[in-house]
Design a protein around this ligand. Structure first.
Ligand SMILES: Cc1c2[nH]c(c1CCC(=O)O)Cc1[nH]c(c(CCC(=O)O)c1C)Cc1[nH]c(c(CCC(=O)O)c1C)Cc1[nH]c(c(C)c1CCC(=O)O)C2
Length: 341
């Protein structure tokens, strides 16, 4: 158990060769993923099919021997479980049924997490198929990020409706965020009980928020999740990923109660090294585009990050998910650069 490199780093150890895994390591860049996906036309049903989800979770572990495995699921399972219809249009990303903020904030969280028990079944199947040295990660979206999808009805360029609602209807918005936080905490607790060694909270839309809003919609609901998970006796380390938070990264690291911080590729490395809490484990921040590019650019960026974060508890990862057009052999090159130093 303590042999797991990722767990060592998350408990504060510095390793000469950092553990490595990649966001979206199970996905369309892998032909074996596309073969399973072709049999699973409904993406939500795919996520809730433990055999199929466990199979694609294990595919990148078999191919590359990553140090960690992240359960195949999606942050939009929470709105699905809370009663908002979610579907995926081919080539266009997620769609969610139009609902008013009042209606969304009245969706009752009680019992919603139990509707996602299939994800716990996936975790148990994955654990049984993983090498002992591989850490198993469970995850959920952070309330603000999930709320933006719920309010906008899908992805959006600037989250305009959600940001406007946060200012114009603060009580209703805060109620939605609190409901999401409680459901998400219950879901993460269930994942830890099903065998997740580590929990990760994806705040993919932390970008572009002034400080007062960042405190209210990002920090407070995230802290609420962490407190509720800890109150349930769960000790699994929690990684927070406030993508695009810029200088707010520091307060996020210090005030949410998370144990480790995942950084995006837009964050200045030297600034992050100087300003993030020194003892806090850091994960990230390779530009996904340099993984697509490969070659000497990739080698140079790997060296730059390993040099910058050397001497600190560090987990190698991308600054965002791997793109579908990344050649699978570039991932092998990446691992050779990291493990060959
Ligand atoms: C915002 C967000 C979502 N989902 C997720 C986030 C947070 C991380 C981020 O910012 O990317 C998180 C997520 N989604 C998925 C995982 C699986 C685990 C892993 O990292 O390997 C994880 C951790 C599978 C997935 N989730 C999705 C896919 C692609 C679906 C397909 O096979 O067509 C996968 C592998 C679909 C998805 N799901 C979501 C979007 C916007 C999309 C469409 C994007 C696209 O088409 O690439 C919502």
């Amino acid at each position: 158990m303590t042999e797991r490199a990722l767990l060592k780093v998350l408990s504060g150890e510095t390793l000469k060769t950092p553990p490595v895994w990649l966001m979206r390591q199970a996905g369309r860049y892998l032909p074996e993923y596309r073969a399973v996906r072709a049999q699973q036309p409904d993406f939500i049903a795919f996520c809730l099919n433990p055999e199929a989800a466990a199979e694609v979770t294990l595919q990148p572990i078999r191919r590359y021997g990553f140090d960690a495995s992240i359960v195949f699921a999606d942050i939009l399972l929470i709105p699905h479980a809370m009663g908002q219809k979610v579907w995926f249009e081919k080539g266009e990303g997620p769609r969610l049924a139009a609902m008013s903020l009042d209606t969304l904030s009245a969706l009752r969280p009680d019992g919603a997490a139990q509707k996602l028990s299939a994800v716990c079944d996936t975790l148990r199947l994955v654990r049984a198929g993983l090498p002992e040295s591989c850490t198993l990660i469970g995850f959920a979206g952070a309330p603000w990020t999930v709320a933006t999808y719920m309010i906008e009805g899908g992805g959006s360029k600037d989250r305009w409706k959600a940001r406007t609602a946060a200012w114009s209807e603060p009580e209703t918005m805060d109620r939605l965020l609190a409901n999401l936080a409680d459901t998400t905490a219950d879901y993460l607790i269930a994942q830890a009980k099903a065998g997740a060694d580590v929990l990760k909270i994806f705040e993919s839309w932390a970008e572009g928020l002034p400080a007062p809003l960042f405190n209210r919609v990002v920090i407070a609901p995230t802290r609420r999740i962490v407190e509720r998970v800890r109150a349930a006796g769960i000790t699994a380390p929690i990684i927070g990923f406030p993508k695009g938070a810029g200088p707010h990264y520091v307060r996020y690291a210090e005030e949410t109660g998370i144990d480790a911080i995942a950084t995006d590729h837009g964050l200045d490395t030297d600034w992050a090294v100087a300003n993030l809490p020194r003892s806090m484990p850091v994960q990230g921040q390779l530009d996904p585009a340099v993984l697509r590019a490969g070659g000497t650019a990739l080698e140079g960026e790997v060296s730059r990050l390993l040099d910058a974060w050397g001497g600190r508890p560090y987990v190698f990862n991308l600054g965002h998910g791997i793109n579908p057009d990344v050649p699978p052999e570039h991932v092998s090159e990446l691992l050779a650069h990291i493990r060959g130093r």
